[in-house]
Design a protein around this ligand. Sequence first.
Ligand SMILES: [Zn+2]
Length: 127
Amino acid sequence: MSGRGFAPPGGDLNDQIAAAKRKLVFGEVAMALGLKGSSRTGWDCPACGGRGTVRERSDDQGARCAIHSCDKGFDVLDLVRVARGVGARAALAFLERVIAERAARGQPKAPGLFDMGISGGEADGQG
Ligand SMILES: [Zn+2]
């Protein structure tokens, strides 16, 4: 790994990230990462080792850790970066894989914002 994880100014990485984020909801990325939780109860926060939960907001795709000592804010890209310890480019590749795998299952659109991790019965194991 080289670089510091920052996108080059004027590059198209940010555009690619924005496009990927529009196709994803927080919960499906959390599930793809194997985080514990659900969209209703919150997901184990990868920034503080699950001491807090990350709760999605209904007005955008962001989320924030619930405990004040952490208070880490995430978008789906940040979630991958923190959970996997990777840079933006690798995190984008992860997001694009989530989108591709969902499309391969015949679900081109993101699931409902709060639909993830509820039933627990349909989770297909690690791909
Ligand atoms: Zn936290």
